[in-house]
Design a protein around this ligand. Structure first.
Ligand code: UDP
Length: 249
């Protein structure tokens, strides 16, 4: 069983905080019950958000995180932290064959144009000639993993016998401003960049320590950001003219 159910874009979980908490807690409980009854292998999609606004950089799996439980992002972070806790409890107490992947920022073709996350926002805005919406001063960092690499890492984890949470992400770190500049270059867009307020509790840095994934899964991301962005831009160009290609609001 692959349990990926949850809103994961900040705009989505900020709009649906109760559903996000329920799917991470009650939904994960239900899914683990089915895995136990069917003796199924169970993989939980967790997140780098369990590290919150991290005080350790890059983040190894042993870091317990710096999460504001009552801030607007708390609904997602705490749902996933609970989901990890209950998954480990079912593993230890009931012997369920569990895996937990901590997914870092991932992007690629087939993202929704209105997803709200930074990569799709910048590409769709650039292709429409609209200003790129930079939150804060753009000095915050993220480390972007191309979807094919992410799927490969998750699949290897699923086939492994690793029960502790494992980071799967690309460790090459960029500022969000660098990402904006790269999107403008690769699209050839004349769009400008406009500043918007930084969302509450937006993590200032994020970069996975993937030593364990390298060692235990012999896994490593292969697609550099420039190449992955070019493929993603091509995908969004192919959507132009379709009703789906609405710029993010
Ligand atoms: N961000 C931005 N402009 C956007 C969307 C996001 O500058 O249009 C920033 C956001 O503030 C964060 C980073 O880009 O610092 C990544 O945001 P995203 O929503 O993609 O995912 P997060 O890593 O916050 O879960």
């Amino acid at each position: 069983m692959l349990h990926f159910a949850s809103p994961a874009s900040p705009v989505d979980y900020l709009e649906m905080p109760i559903q996000t908490l329920k799917v991470g807690s009650l939904g994960t409980h239900n899914a683990l019950g089915i895995a136990l009854a069917k003796q199924a292998r169970f993989l939980l999609a967790s997140t780098s958000e369990v590290y919150g606004d991290p005080l350790v950089h890059p983040q190894p799996e042993t870091y317990w995180g710096n999460v504001n439980p009552v801030g607007p992002r708390g609904c997602y972070d705490e749902a996933k932290r609970f989901a990890e806790a209950i998954t480990m409890a079912y593993h230890r107490a009931q012997g369920v064959d569990t895996r937990i992947v901590r997914i870092f920022n991932t992007y690629g073709p087939r993202m929704r144009p209105g997803d709200g996350r930074v990569v799709s926002n910048f590409i769709v805005q650039a292709l429409h000639g609209l200003p790129l919406s930079l939150y804060g001063d753009g000095s915050q960092t993220r480390s972007f993993c191309y979807v094919d690499d992410e799927v490969d890492g998750i699949y290897r984890l699923f086939l492994s016998d690793v029960h502790d949470p494992l980071n799967v992400g690309n460790p090459v770190e960029f500022t969000v401003r660098e990402l904006a500049t790269l999107v403008l270059e690769l699209t050839g867009s004349m769009s400008t960049i406009t500043n918007h307020p930084l969302p509450t509790d937006d993590p200032k840095v994020r970069q996975p320590d993937i030593t364990r994934a390298r060692t235990l899964l012999a896994w490593e991301p292969r697609v550099p950001l420039r190449e992955g962005l070019a493929r993603t831009i091509e995908y969004f160009r192919g959507l132009s003219g379709s009703a789906r290609m609405q710029p993010p609001t």
